[in-house]
Design a protein around this ligand. Structure first.
Ligand SMILES: [Zn+2]
Length: 470
């Protein structure tokens, strides 16, 4: 009995085990019959904006059979637009349906790109603030982010950074090299060579000094000029900046023997005036420089009479240059010449109360413009003297009615031709002749410096006469 029960129990155990085995077998067969869908790559993918989405692929099989072509995919990715996208993979086979999904997120992953203008590294002065040479930021999504750049300054670098809307940060660094290698620059006023005459006082015209890094740099000036002794002297200008960069520059001062111009005269003469634009300026300079001159006037009508009056009142010589300055009528005959001169003589007399007998021939006594009347100048140069006139030509021409183009031409033409004991200088007082006006003060000052004496022409001035050519 006991044995029978035992046997029965064993049978039941066997049956259960068998049942489990059979069930397991069926389950295994069932599982094996489900088609298999496998996605390659990750199921969650992040791609950058504009980056094309590339399907990593998939594979399907049923038992040993490849059924990849049975997979249907739906969904798409627009990589030009930020967002979340899904691709669905569906496999229907043998009565089974298998679904799989892939998530694709399109994001802005790119950092803004910063670009430096100017130097990197940039060399700047030790204590200077860096002067921004420019930086720009460009983002593939946000565009120009230059305005949003933030700067952090350190003594040896500047870090620029910018964050785009999606939180991507771009940075760039500019290195700063702080050094001062440049010496100060000294510029000498009035040039590096100055000439003075013995006995004059040397006044240093000074210098300008600038340094790339230091605001104030000192200049040490050394050397002396012994103006009482002819020779060449050196003045040294030395400047050192805070970084001990040093500049040295020298000026040569030449002390020349003073030319002996004692008793030598300059007679400044102004023809063809008066003129409203020039005469007042000439008179002003002559007054300031305390120099008397000679004006050979012509008739410009009564409006300018006040200038002739002023010339006389200031102590200048008002002399005669004809009324008309018309060569053709003047040199037509002896009578027409003297008639013309009587007109200007009377006019000046009416204005100044003085009967002037000092004259200058229009064109000078050497003129050839009168050749339409042969011999007229030969006659007139004698006749004027007989009639009580004294005529003056010139031996220094400023060329201000000829080749001189500007004040320095006028100045040079006069100064290089001085030398005789009597220097009668031809200049003009016609309207707009600013080159002479602008040269006048320098001519006077240099003339004085050279030891000349300025005087107005009088009847006792030694006459300067040209060779008569007609
Ligand atoms: Zn003239």
């Amino acid at each position: 009995m006991e044995y029978a029960i035992k046997l029965k129990k064993q049978f039941i155990h066997m049956a259960i085990l068998l049942g489990i085995l059979i069930l397991g077998l069926f389950a295994l067969i069932y599982v094996m019959l489900i088609p298999n869908l496998k996605l390659y790559g990750k199921s969650d993918i992040t791609i950058n904006l504009e980056e094309p989405y590339q399907e990593p692929g998939y594979k399907a099989n049923w038992l040993w059979k490849d059924i990849t072509d049975k997979v249907k995919t739906t969904g798409s990715v627009d990589s030009k637009k930020i967002g979340d996208y899904h691709i669905n993979y569906q496999l229907k086979y043998f009565g089974f349906t298998v679904n799989k999904k892939r998530n694709i997120s399109v994001e802005d992953l790119e950092n803004p790109v910063l670009t430096l203008q100017g130097n990197n590294p940039a060399t700047i002065c030790p204590n200077a603030k860096y002067e921004e040479e420019g930086v720009t930021a460009l983002d593939s999504v946000d565009g120009d982010l230059t305005e949003k750049i933030k700067k952090r300054e350190y003594s040896d670098k500047i870090i620029y950074s910018v964050v785009d809307k999606n939180g991507n940060r771009g940075t760039i660094t500019r290195d700063l090299i702080r050094e001062d290698k440049e010496a100060p620059t000294i510029t000498l006023n009035s040039g590096d060579t100055i000439a003075i005459y013995q006995g004059e006082t040397f006044v240093d015209p000074g210098y300008e000094v600038v340094d790339n890094c230091d605001k104030e740099v000192k200049v040490e000036v050394s050397g002396t000029v012994d103006a009482n002794n002819v020779g060449s002297y050196q003045i040294t200008y030395k400047s050192v900046d805070q970084k001990q960069n040093e500049s040295i520059i020298t000026r040569t001062v030449v002390v020349n023997p003073k030319p002996n111009n004692a008793g030598k005269m300059i007679y400044l003469t102004f023809d063809d005036g008066p003129s409203s634009s020039i005469t007042p300026g000439i008179l002003q300079i002559l007054k300031e420089e305390n120099v008397k001159a000679t004006f050979f006037v012509i008739n410009h009508g009564d409006n300018l009479n006040y200038l002739i009056k002023q010339e006389d009142m200031d102590g200048h010589t008002v002399a005669l240059h004809s009324a008309s300055h018309n060569y053709h009528s003047l040199y037509q005959s002896v009578d027409s010449f003297f008639y013309d001169f009587s007109l200007i003589q009377n006019k000046v007399y009416q204005i100044t109360g003085k009967k002037s007998t000092i004259i200058r021939f229009p064109g000078g006594s050497s003129n050839t413009v009168s050749k339409f009347n042969p011999g007229i100048m030969t006659v007139l140069t004698k006749e004027v003297t007989k009639r009580g006139f004294t005529y003056f030509d010139w031996n220094v021409s400023s060329e201000d009615a000829g080749g001189a183009r500007n004040a320095s031409d006028v100045y040079r033409n006069v100064m290089t031709n001085l030398g005789s004991k009597t220097n009668i200088v031809l200049m003009h007082d016609f309207e707009g002749n600013y080159k002479t006006l602008n040269a006048l003060r320098d001519i006077i000052r240099e003339g004085k410096r050279l030891g000349y004496t300025f005087a107005p022409i009088t009847t006792s001035t030694p006459p300067i006469h040209h060779h008569v050519n007609n």
